[in-house]
Design a protein around this ligand. Structure first.
Ligand code: ATP
Length: 217
């Protein structure tokens, strides 16, 4: 019998702020994939989004506080260490170099991000370093640009469990029960003086209050 390889899952995003929708999905993905570890990887200057409401350091501190004490959830701060725009392909290349060739590496993106994958730097090279798993979100059907759909369908496995048998190079999608929480909605609630309690960890809400984040729309 061969020893199963380690399986690391990376879940990127702006996490502006991190909330229970992200955290529940992180835990469920880790369990579904039978992974050893899931890393939340906040992005520094998202090349395809506007300037986030909290600074990189503040978003990182909130993500760290949110996962504290949760075994199997980690924070990967590599993108915040870069000056330039953060490109996922560079992060995956670095991770692969660190982890070695045999570890299974799976990158998770929401179906909202997947629909714009053709704009990502070297999107077709992502699978050289990791599997790509699309998390189907309620308001975003699984759709992609024709060139992306063609490339991914050629690498598609029908069961997410099949990802574990190879280190990289496959594509899968999954629909999880998702909490209807969004960071945009949380920011809007703060700006209009409404409560955000129970949408995100209390420790994160406390940071938002202490730093006076998201006061303006
Ligand atoms: P915004 O509202 O600012 O766009 P967001 O939460 O949609 O925020 P990110 O912080 O970048 O965006 O999300 C990181 C990842 O989490 C993305 O892949 C996104 O699809 C996913 N995600 C966002 N909200 C949820 C949710 N409620 N449940 C599960 N996954 C989510």
């Amino acid at each position: 019998m061969t020893t199963p390889h380690r399986h690391i899952v990376v879940f990127g995003g702006t996490f502006d702020p991190i909330h229970h929708g992200h955290l529940r999905s992180a835990i469920e993905l880790k369990e579904l994939l039978g992974a050893d570890e899931l890393r939340l990887m906040p992005s520094h200057r998202p090349p395809l989004r506007g300037e986030p409401g909290a600074s990189s350091q503040q978003r990182l501190t909130m993500v760290q506080a949110a996962v504290e004490g949760e075994p199997g959830l980690r924070v990967d701060d590599r993108e915040l260490g870069r000056d330039a725009a953060s490109y996922t392909v560079e992060s995956l290349r670095d991770l692969r170099a660190e982890l070695g060739e045999s570890v299974t590496l799976t990158m998770v993106v929401g179906s909202d991000a997947y629909a714009r994958l053709q704009h990502w730097q070297q999107w077709s090279s992502l699978l050289d370093y990791a599997h790509l798993l699309v998390l189907e979100r309620a308001d975003y059907p699984l759709e992609a640009a024709p060139e992306v759909a063609m490339a991914m369908n050629a690498r598609r496995v029908s069961h997410v469990a099949d990802l574990a048998s190879e280190p990289a190079g496959k594509f899968a999608s999954v629909r999880l029960r998702q909490l209807p929480i969004s960071a945009t909605d949380i920011r809007e609630r703060v700006a209009s003086g409404r409560s955000i309690r129970y949408l995100l960890p209390d420790v994160v809400a406390a940071h938002i209050a202490r730093w006076g984040l998201y006061q303006t729309k």
